[in-house]
Design a protein around this ligand. Structure first.
Ligand code: PMV
Length: 297
């Protein structure tokens, strides 16, 4: 008896951190995946991944606590696979949670409605991240580009720019700790309020500029400057942003909680190769991807 589930990753185009305080954020799914396979097997729960052979992931207390929200303590083994970078702001925990719940549903021959699934994923996200805004599950479950607003009833509005946005995604080489960075911004309250509101207003302008990449690029870079003001960037992230701009990117920012993780660069056909080339020459791993043009509501 076995069940398989898959889920994609996500990128925050604009509005991270401010979204925690009720401002809008824009985010899209990416074509990178987590796959979870659950198999019935006697004995205590075992969790493994071929990425780190021999590591007993069930020994990670936070991961185990999240998995036990879905699975019983005995009788199953879980294998995690995929090409989504872990801990880099690409939604790896929400992707893993979604894939796990889908695999469990698949094994049991059941289904969950979109809203039930979203609630279940949020429960696991709370184990991983404390008090997340909910943007990651909202995007990953809809697979598209959305405007997300937190609230009593979180809103995820599908966005439909005429053409996909072409991005280069660069790994800064270290992971950021989302819960710690959200806490750092919170502890800077209320001095950070002005910057948070400014990010909210900029996100509205970025949404209006989705149809015009030339206008969009500088606004994304402005978003990075505001994230610097919030104190969530790092010298490495800043250096990558400057380097991709020099290589011709239309705009660039950190994406996700910061403190490490990824930088995104908005590119077009004329600069994509030079941006990828400059990152590879500097020793960073990077890939190009499209943010899709539509989401399921
Ligand atoms: O690093 P990520 O992709 O998990 O970023 C989290 C985004 C924040 O706005 C910083 C936190 C949140 O819960 O929205």
């Amino acid at each position: 008896m076995q069940g398989i589930g898959r889920a994609c990753g996500k990128i925050i185009l604009a509005g991270e951190h401010a979204v925690v305080y009720g401002e809008p954020a824009l985010a899209g799914s990416i074509d990178r995946w987590t796959q979870v396979k659950i198999q019935a097997r006697p004995g205590p729960l075992e969790i493994s991944t071929p990425n780190t052979p021999g590591t007993k992931l069930q020994d990670d207390p936070r991961l185990l606590r999240a998995f036990l929200c879905v699975l019983p303590e005995e009788g199953f083994s879980v294998q995690i696979q995929g090409d989504l970078w872990i801990g880099r702001g690409l939604g790896s925990s929400a992707s893993l949670s979604t894939a796990l719940i889908r695999a469990w549903n698949n094994l049991q021959g059941g289904t969950s409605s979109q809203s039930d699934l979203e609630q279940q994923v949020m429960q696991l996200e709370t184990v991983f991240h404390g008090q997340p805004s909910g943007i990651d599950p909202a995007v990953i479950l809809r697979q598209g580009l959305v405007r997300f607003e937190r609230g009593a009833r979180p809103q995820a509005q599908p966005l439909t720019p005429p053409k996909p946005l072409r991005l280069v995604v660069i790994d800064s080489g270290t992971a950021g700790d989302t819960a710690a960075l959200v806490e750092r911004v919170r502890s800077g309250h209320p001095e950070n309020d002005g910057t948070i509101r400014a990010i909210g207003q900029l996100t509205h302008r970025i949404e209006r500029a989705l149809n015009t990449p030339d206008a969009l690029g500088p606004l994304l870079t402005e978003n990075h400057r505001l994230l610097q003001d919030l104190g969530v960037s790092t010298p490495t992230l800043d250096r990558i942003v400057e380097q991709v701009l020099q290589a011709g990117a239309l705009g660039s920012k950190l994406a996700g909680a910061g403190g490490g993780g990824v930088v995104i660069a908005l590119v077009d056909a004329t600069c994509e190769a030079s941006v990828l080339g400059s990152m590879s020459a500097a020793g960073y791993r990077a890939f190009a991807t499209d943010l899709p043009t539509r989401a399921t509501s």
